[in-house]
Write a protein that binds this ligand. Sequence first.
Ligand SMILES: [Fe+2]
Length: 159
Amino acid sequence: MERYQKIIQHELYKSAYEKIYKAEENREFCHHDMEHFLAVARLTYIFVLEQNLPMSKDVVYALGFLHDIGRCKEYEDGTPHEEAGMDIAGEILPACGYDKEECAMILQIIGDHRNKDCFLHPCSAIFYQADKISRNCQECNAYHQCYWSEEKKNHKYTY
Ligand SMILES: [Fe+2]
């Protein structure tokens, strides 16, 4: 079994995912669910292949599954989700067989993923872009209420 499959079977992951699902039940803006996580993983993987970047599929999917998982804590007590996500991922990844170097890379990119002005990891930029273009702004019912700037919203489909 691929290591990234173990992430979504991990008990901590399942309970965090469930909390996000419940907290977002009536949310009108973008949800942070498996559809989003997979879209981000797939887009990241396209960039990795196109640009020949040193990231394995196991790392790419771990990032997709885990980058927003800290939202479970953010909805509970306001902890920024990239910070909470690093803690949760730091517990799950070693249990799924990720080595020290992979864990460090994944945690750094999770910590970086809202930080577009100062990326600490060289692969953070493509991950940020994948996260952003994963959203279908054109068909969103909350388009006019969304806090994303007009510039940030996706107006064309490029991938
Ligand atoms: Fe995201």
